[in-house]
Design a protein around this ligand. Structure first.
Ligand SMILES: Cc1cc2nc3c(=O)[nH]c(=O)nc-3n(C[C@H](O)[C@H](O)[C@H](O)COP(=O)(O)OP(=O)(O)OC[C@H]3O[C@@H](n4cnc5c(N)ncnc54)[C@H](O)[C@@H]3O)c2cc1C
Length: 499
C-alpha cells in the first residue's frame, strides 16, 4: 500500500521535529509524516550514550527559537536535550505523525507526476513500504549512524584490554578502578575525560594535536539573575538567546579579523584555569581559532581533573598498541585497561539513502546548496544542515521557516513545484561545510557533502544575521529559484535558467 502526504520528513532528530513544528506554526495546512529509523525521538541525543554526553553549544541558542529552553545551565546533558526534543514534539502534536523503525533507502522524483516516491524498510520485518509526497525534507543529520570513524591502529590486535568507540558505547562498560586512555582532542574526548575520571583509576587524554578549549561558567549568571527576578521564561529566553548569538558571532568575527588577538585571549583563559603545573603545549593549537570547532568546558572541569592528577594529557603519536596499552612515537608507554577511540564520525548524507530525479541517480557531492538549504536540481526538496561554527539549531530553524514561506507562497500563487539550478560557474570546490572549518571529519566528508557556490545564494555564509535576512525576508522569486505549475507537469519541471 502506498501512503501519500504533502511533506515527507526523513529523521526525527532536532531538525526533523523542528521542521514538523514549523509546518504547523507557520500555518502551511500541509499534511506530513516523519520516517525515523530509530525507535525513539532525538537523533544524535538518543544515539550517543557515553558518560557525560552534553552539548558544546549553549542551550539558549541550541534550543528552538520558538520554544524556550528552561534552565540556567549553559550546556545541557544528552538526556535533558532528548527530553526537550520529545516534549516539543508532544506539544506540537508531532509524535503521532512519526513512523518509527523505518529506514529510508531510496527517494525518486518524477517530473511528470511532480511527486517524490520514497521507499522505506521496516528494519524489524524487512518489509519495504512506499510513500509518495509532494515535498521531501532530509533531516538525517550529517553522519553514518551505523559506524563511527575509527582508524585501524597498528598492533591493536595485541591489546589485551577493551577498545570502545563513543558512538557505540557498551551499556555495561565498567571502568571503575581501571586505567583509561582516551584518544582524541575534540568535544567528545574533552567531555569523557572529566566524566570518566570520577570512577576510573586514571584517565589519559592522548591527542595528536591540541584544540582550542574555552572555559565557561556552568551556570549562566544572567539567566540565574533573570530567574530570581521572576522574568517570564519566554522573555528571558529571547534576550539571553539574542545576547548569546551576538557574543558567539563576535567571537567568530574576532577570530577572522584578528586571529592573533583571539588566540591570545583564549590561551590566557586556559593558562589561568589549568594552573602552572600543566604544560601549555597541550593547549596551543597550530591553527587559528575557529578554523576548527571551539571546545567548551563548563567550570573548567577538564582543567580541574588535570590539576588534581586524576587525569593527564599527552600530545604525541601512536607508534603501536601493545598488550598492555599504547607505545608512543616518543617511546613513552601509556598503560591501559580500556582505550576509548574518540576519533569522530563518518560523514554521510541522507542517511545513506539513494536519490534520483526522473531515473537519473544523483550523487550528493554533485549537488550545490542554494541558500544553504535547497539543493540544485532537486525539485521540491530540502536538506537541513545546521551551522558548524554556531548552534546547529539556529540554521535548522531558519531553513524550516524558509521552507514554510515557500510552501505558503506556492499555495498563494498556485505553484506545484520549485527547483534551483546551479550553473557550472556557480559551483565552488568547497563543500557546504568547508570554508568555515577545517576539521578532520569535514575533510573526510568531502566525498559526499554537497558543494557550495562561489556567489549569491549559492555561497554558504555561516552567518546567522545574514542568513536571517536571506531566509526570512528576501524575495522568494529571485530569478534563480524557478516555480512550476501542475498544468505544465507534462513538460520536465527542471528548466535551465537560460531557457
Ligand atoms: C556527540 C555530538 C554532539 C554534538 N553537539 C552539538 C552541539 O553542542 N551543538 C551543535 O550545534 N551541534 C552539535 N552536534 C551536531 C548535532 O548532530 C546537531 O546539533 C543536531 O543534533 C543534528 O540534528 P538533526 O536532527 O539534524 O540530525 P540527527 O540528530 O543526526 O538526527 C537525524 C535523524 O535521522 C534519522 N535517520 C538517519 N538516516 C535515516 C534514514 N535513512 N531513514 C530514516 N531515518 C534516518 C536518524 O535515526 C536520526 O534520528 C553534535 C553531534 C554529535 C555527534
Amino acid at each position: 500500500m502506498t501512503r501519500h502526504v504533502d511533506v515527507l520528513i526523513i529523521g526525527a532528530g532536532l531538525s526533523g521535529i523542528g521542521m514538523a513544528c514549523h509546518l504547523s506554526r507557520e500555518n502551511t495546512g500541509r499534511s506530513y509524516a516523519i520516517l525515523e529509523r530509530r525507535s525513539a525521538i532525538g537523533g544524535t541525543w538518543d544515539l550517543f550514550r557515553y558518560p557525560g554526553i552534553r552539548s558544546d553549544s549553549d542551550m539558549l541558542t541550541f534550543g528552538y527559537g520558538f520554544r524556550p529552553w528552561i534552565g540556567t545551565k549553559v550546556l545541557a546533558d544528552g538526556p535533558h536535550i532528548r527530553r526537550y526534543i520529545a516534549e516539543t514534539a508532544e506539544e506540537y502534536g508531532v509524535t503521532r505523525h512519526i513512523c518509527f523503525g523505518r529506514k529510508v533507502v531510496k527517494s525518486s522524483w518524477s517530473s511528470a507526476e511532480q511527486l517524490w516516491t520514497t521507499e522505506a524498510v521496516d528494519e524489524q520485518t524487512g518489509d519495504t513500504e512506499t510513500y509518495t509526497s509532494n515535498f521531501l525534507v532530509g533531516c538525517t543529520g550529517y553522519y553514518d549512524y551505523d559506524k563511527g570513524f575509527r582508524p585501524q591502529f597498528p598492533g591493536e590486535e595485541n591489546f589485551g584490554g577493551q577498545i570502545v568507540h563513543p558512538q557505540h558505547w557498551p551499556e555495561d562498560l565498567d571502568y571503575r578502578g581501571k586505567r583509561v586512555v582516551v584518544i582524541g582532542s575534540g568535544a567528545t574526548a574533552i567531555t569523557l575525560v572529566p566524566a570518566m575520571s570520577e570512577d576510573a583509576a586514571h584517565v589519559t587524554m592522548l591527542q595528536r594535536s591540541p584544540t582550542y578549549i574555552a572555559p565557561l561558567p556552568a551556570e549562566d549568571p544572567v539567566a540565574v539573575g533573570m530567574k530570581k527576578a521572576k522574568l517570564p521564561a519566554a522573555l528571558a529566553y529571547k534576550t539571553g538567546r539574542a545576547r548569546n548569538i551576538a557574543l558567539q558571532r563576535a567571537s567568530f568575527a574576532l577570530s577572522r579579523s584578528n586571529p592573533a588577538l583571539s588566540r591570545k585571549l583564549l590561551l590566557q583563559a586556559v593558562r589561568v584555569a589549568v594552573g602552572p603545573n600543566v604544560d601549555m603545549r597541550h593547549f596551543s593549537p597550530s591553527y587559528n581559532p575557529w578554523d576548527q570547532r571551539l571546545c567548551i568546558v563548563p567550570n573548567g572541569d577538564l582543567f580541574k581533573v588535570l590539576r588534581s592528577g586524576r587525569a593527564s594529557i599527552v600530545t604525541d603519536r601512536i607508534a603501536t598498541f601493545t598488550e598492555t596499552g599504547i607505545r608512543l612515537e616518543s617511546g613513552e608507554e601509556l598503560p591501559a585497561d580500556i582505550i576509548v577511540s574518540a576519533t569522530g564520525l563518518n560523514i554521510q548524507m541522507l542517511g545513506g539513502a539513494a536519490i534520483d530525479v526522473d531515473g537519473t541517480p544523483i550523487a550528493t557531492r554533485d549537488l550545490v546548496a542554494y541558500k544553504g538549504a535547497l539543493m540544485s536540481g532537486l525539485p521540491n526538496a530540502m536538506m537541513i544542515i545546521g551551522y558548524t561554527n554556531a548552534s546547529w539549531t539556529l540554521k535548522a530553524d531558519l531553513a524550516a521557516e524558509y521552507f514554510c514561506r515557500l510552501l505558503n507562497h506556492m499555495k498563494a500563487k498556485g505553484y506545484s513545484s520549485f527547483v534551483a539550478e546551479a550553473e557550472d560557474a556557480d559551483r565552488a570546490p568547497e563543500s557546504m561545510m568547508g570554508g568555515a572549518l577545517t576539521s578532520g571529519y569535514i575533510a573526510r566528508g568531502d566525498a559526499v557533502m554537497p558543494r557550495q557556490g562561489r556567489r549569491g545564494p549559492w555561497k554558504v555564509i555561516n552567518n546567522y544575521y545574514r542568513d536571517r535576512a536571506l531566509l526570512r525576508k528576501a524575495d522568494l522569486e529571485d530569478g534563480i529559484l524557478r516555480f512550476g505549475t501542475r498544468s505544465a507537469a507534462a513538460r520536465p519541471v527542471v528548466e535551465s535558467r537560460s531557457a
